[in-house]
Design a protein around this ligand. Structure first.
Ligand code: BGP
Length: 465
């Protein structure tokens, strides 16, 4: 069968630095907010100090990725390895580590895709106000300059900020927020600063890496109305805007979504970006959109006078009086961790995104978290993961067939790593890492059944779909 996927399609996989590298204080690395996990989530789960110890095992990991046939690998660079205090001196050891990792990838013809920022804000900057403080943007630009200059000849694809929308909508879930009440007061300033930082970094990129490609990586999902009631359709419109489009409109269209500006006003928020800022936002455009997709959202109408019962607790969903509230979708199955599984939602998301922005799309995350079991003969029979990917890739092929332009697919995760807030027991990898929540065992790597399945799929360029 002829493949629907372009011949240079980037079949890849993803990780992020703080969830995968470990070595949290090695070779001059400074501390990030993620090194304090447990502060906000005092659950019985591991921290990010060792994780999968990729820092010391990157050669072995890359060799296994090559054996799996990966054409691309998306990873993030830890800001605190490059600038330990966030805004000061460059740490050459940090540059050296990523240089070695990139060389190793190139050795096996694996295209490196670098995420510049994946939730791991330097703690020193967090202490002085995080993204609210101007020093944070200064530090980010300094960090960007260091990595652009160091890797411009080796890395073509760059991703600015992972899930900027999740940072704003659910910062407390990913360890970014100390005080939820204060966060709710400042988060729109933070959003503007992040948008500005992203735009400035893109402009810097054009000067330093003129032949490279750069794009954002929000978490985007199709939003469904819970019923055919017209008021539910209105809630769908509102949620798509609040959850998805407002974040992409700024970077792709260069301006804030008008409904979002109105939303801020109604929330009593005085949002007055300067003309100079707005001009900077207009000047910076991405080359592609990468996005993370795990699940769709379903919403229903919520009256302006209805009481908000969950106060921004993402575990229970979102409720915004006058705008809508999220509800369960009875048509979808769920993962062991309660996330709804919606492969057709991926096709819907791809088509909506492409229709709206007309930019090539890269899926930077998609996957299923599960309690994998290592058998006594060191096998992992993760048929549920194979099924999940089969269904999602099949829908992706249909989206391409319908006219969507795609660069690649980097599911989460290449190798097992520690989840954002649910420990190592929630595994996503094609490659198993032998450790438990608190027992580090030997950290040995074993290919799962999905590893061999993905290898075959890559070899035939997804021609079964
Ligand atoms: C995304 C993050 C990743 C990753 C993934 C799975 O939001 O970008 O860092 O962790 O979600 O989420 P979790 O680890 O919570 O299961």
């Amino acid at each position: 069968m002829i493949s629907k996927f372009p011949k240079d399609f980037l079949w890849g996989a993803s990780t992020s630095a703080y969830q995968f590298e470990g070595a949290y204080n090695v070779d001059g690395k400074g501390l990030s907010v993620q090194d304090f996990i447990g502060k906000h989530y005092p659950k019985d789960i591991t921290d990010f100090k060792v994780t999968s110890d990729h820092y010391h095992r990157y050669k072995e990991d890359v060799e296994m990725m090559a054996k799996m046939g990966l054409k691309a690998y998306r990873f993030s660079i830890a800001w605190t390895r490059i600038i330990p205090d966030g805004n000061g001196e460059i740490n050459q050891k940090g540059i050296e580590f990523y240089n070695n990792l990139i060389d190793e990838l190139i050795k096996y013809n694996i295209e490196p895709i670098v995420t510049m920022y994946h939730f791991d804000l330097p703690d020193n900057l967090n202490k002085i106000g995080g993204w609210k403080a101007k020093e944070t943007t200064e530090g980010f630009l300094k960090f960007a300059k260091a990595i652009f200059t160091s890797f411009k000849d080796k890395v073509k694809y760059w991703i600015t900020i992972n899930e900027l929308n999740v940072m704003i909508l659910s910062g407390h879930v990913i360890n970014m927020v100390d005080d939820l009440e204060e966060w709710n007061r400042i988060k729109f300033d933070v959003l503007h600063n992040l948008n500005m930082a992203q735009a400035k970094v893109i402009n810097l990129f054009r000067d330093i890496v003129p032949n490279g490609k750069i794009g954002p990586a929000p978490n985007i999902s199709a939003v469904y109305p819970a019923s055919s009631k017209p008021e539910d359709q209105n809630a769908k419109f509102n949620f798509s805007m609040l959850r998805n489009w407002t974040f992409l409109d700024v970077i792709c269209r260069g301006s804030y979504n008008p409904f979002y500006l109105n939303f801020l006003k109604k929330q009593g928020y005085n949002f007055n970006p300067s003309q100079e800022d707005l001009a900077i936002l207009r000047s910076a455009k991405p080359d592609f959109i990468s996005f993370n997709y795990y699940s769709s959202s379903t919403v229903e109408h919520m009256g302006i006078d209805e009481k908000n019962t969950n106060l921004n607790d993402q575990q229970k969903g979102y409720e915004i009086p006058g705008y809508g509230k999220t509800v369960q979708n009875p048509n979808l199955l769920k993962t062991q961790f309660g996330w709804e599984i919606d492969p057709i939602g991926l096709k819907n998301t791809l088509k909506e995104l492409y229709d709206r922005y007309n930019l090539p799309l890269l899926i930077s995350e998609n996957g299923i978290g599960a309690r994998d079991v290592l058998t006594s003969d060191f096998k992992i029979h993760d048929d549920y993961r194979i099924e999940y990917y089969n269904q999602h890739i099949s829908e992706m092929a249909k989206a391409i067939d319908d006219g969507v332009e795609m660069l690649g697919y980097c599911p989460w995760s290449a190798v097992d790593l520690v989840s954002t807030h649910e420990g190592i027991s929630k595994r996503y990898g094609f490659i198993y890492v032998n450790r438990d929540e608190f027992d580090l065992k030997d950290l040995k790597r074993y290919p799962k059944d999905s590893f061999f399945w993905y290898k075959t799929l890559i070899e035939n360029n997804g021609s079964d779909f």
